[in-house]
Design a protein around this ligand. Sequence first.
Ligand code: DX5
Ligand code: ZN
Length: 218
Amino acid sequence: MGRDIKIAPSILSADFARLGEEIRAIDAAGCDYVHVDVMDGHFVPNLTIGPMVVKAIRPHTAKPLDVHLMIDPAQPFLKEYADAGADIITVHAEADKHLDRSLQAIKDLGKKAGVSLNPGTNEAALEYVLDRLDLILVMSVNPGFGGQSFMPSQLPKIKRIRDMIGNRPIELEVDGGVNTDTIKSVVDAGADVLVAGSAVFKGDDYAATIGALRTAAA
Ligand code: DX5
Ligand code: ZN
């Protein structure tokens, strides 16, 4: 019996003209988290949503909003995302200048704190902030867009981070190119939360897809 895994559909691939409906649909389809990709067109070459959209989607699900901030700077906006209803706020190790201070700020806001690493960033970046973390988000694509191919080069990094976590209560989330073909290798490497954007939203039966992802991971 494999580890319990969580599926976090990324709304980046949802129909933004019907976002509340899409959130209700993935909630009903059995997702564990709702992964919200925030992009500023500076840290990544794409521009998506701000705090007011997080506030708008909040009432449509009781599932945790797993907010992935691909923005730089992130620190000035942490309170806005917390007030908008984020449950987990994840900043990039490559953004801002003071990662430890950002994580302290997220915790002071009463939210779960996460750090995300781009594919080119070594896991050593986590070493001095591990004890502040509730979640580590490993990018298995270069951030900015959904529908990209999974980068197998990240599998050894996921394994090493699983070892670094030890028995700390930290979730290990992987994000990018996760689908029924790639999910088992990612879970076997040590991930327990899987982001799936295009894999979920490209089909029309979200429950079937989420179920297929869980089966493929087992
Ligand atoms: C990419 C985002 C990912 C993306 C995942 O910058 O952080 O969450 O939406 O999409 P898929 O699952 O289609 O790779
Ligand atoms: Zn993401």
